[in-house]
Write a protein that binds this ligand. Structure first.
Ligand code: ZN
Length: 62
């Protein structure tokens, strides 16, 4: 499984933060809107290439 957690503070003075992590050991954190957007893209990409996730999906399909 892979998780994506984004924390958007209620005030504009505090930057948005995000953390993306996966059971395979993949983990990334980002601070600031541009970095968070990149992290979301990397997270989606990881879901497609993660050896753990692709194995699980293949097992479920079989
Ligand atoms: Zn993974």
């Amino acid at each position: 499984m892979a998780w994506l957690h984004i924390v958007a503070p209620p005030t504009f003075s505090a930057p948005v933060r995000a953390r993306s992590w996966c059971a395979c050991g993949y983990e990334r954190t980002a601070i600031g809107r541009p970095a968070v957007l990149q992290l979301v893209q990397a997270h989606n990409h990881h879901r497609a290439v993660c050896p753990l996730l692709t194995q699980q999906e293949a097992r479920n399909a079989a």
